[in-house]
Design a binder for this molecule. Structure first.
Ligand code: ADP
Length: 267
């Protein structure tokens, strides 16, 4: 397909080919409690390949838990999640191999980078490909250099994280996630720990990735980013998906009073 053909050749574009609009993520009946606290009460949504989904919602509504469930950092109590070739029904027994396959479909970028402080930028980026994926080191270095170049950090390859600004560290964190070539990039409030003047750079990187065809799920309070870049907006509240649709639908014409109240505080 033409849109896929455009993706190849750019340094950070996903390598695999998907039909535009193909469903890449299917979440159904996702439930999760922490002790007595039922945080997710039956979450359902789908994500199309190559699309950007933004999850909005008040603090404590379970947004991070949804993302962490997609990466198996939190193990759901129930529900079935399929991400590309990884599928698990969490209410049933599954093998460790199932979990490994499931987990490797996605890579998560956290609020603050969590880079290894004693490793250089390059060493941070090649860690996943070389140690976890056992790819040849020379190949991993070449790929890492191209990725660093694409986010404007080529000349930082031999520096240590503490020598970089918060925004630069966050871009290295994004590159590190890209380097393992996941099917889906998950971002958990990627700009919320940054000084205001650094937020724009990181959002630009996210926009670039969206333009290259990466499938992305982003938890953020950046409404303007959602309006400009998202294909789908999910409004989570009280452990359920209250609204789901295009930015024009969910942000422009929300159907629930709770969504309107929430948006009023952000806009
Ligand atoms: P959001 O991202 O929307 O702010 P979270 O998914 O981070 O919401 O959290 C939802 C609820 O789950 C909160 O009440 C939070 O305290 C609780 N929670 C999240 N992770 C844990 C955990 N590991 N242990 C206990 N409670 C947790």
């Amino acid at each position: 397909a033409p849109s896929n053909a455009l993706r190849t050749g750019t340094p950070t574009a996903p390598r695999y080919h998907r039909e535009p609009g193909e469903t890449l993520i299917e979440v159904s009946g996702l439930r999760k409690s922490f002790g007595d606290n039922e945080v997710l009460k039956g979450i359902d949504f789908t994500v199309a390949a190559g699309s950007v989904t933004v999850i909005l919602g008040p603090s404590g509504s379970g947004k991070t838990t949804i993302l962490r469930s997609l990466n198996a950092l939190d193990i759901p109590d129930a529900g079935t999640i399929r991400i590309a070739d990884g599928v698990i029904d969490f209410a049933k027994p599954y093998t460790k191999a199932d979990l490994v396959t499931y987990r490797k479909q996605s890579a998560m970028v956290f609020q603050s980078h969590n880079l290894f402080p004693h490793k250089t930028v390059l060493e941070n980026v090649i860690e996943g490909p070389v140690i976890v994926q056992r790819r040849p080191k020379a190949e991993a270095i070449a790929a890492a250099e191209a990725l660093l170049e694409s986010v404007g950090l080529a000349e930082k390859r031999d520096q240590y994280p503490e020598q970089l600004s918060g925004g630069q560290q966050q871009r290295v964190g994004i590159v590190r996630a890209l380097a393992i070539e996941p099917e889906v990039m998950l971002f958990d409030e990627p700009t919320s720990a940054l000084d205001p003047e650094l937020v724009g750079d990181v959002l630009e990187v996210l926009k670039d990735l969206a333009g290259q065809g990466w499938t992305m799920v982003v938890v953020t309070h950046e409404i303007r980013f959602a309006q400009q870049v998202a294909d789908q907006v999910i409004f989570a509240d009280g452990g359920v998906v209250l609204e789901r649709g295009t930015p024009a639908q969910v942000i422009g014409e929300p159907t629930h009073e709770r969504t309107r109240q929430f948006l009023k505080r952000l806009l």
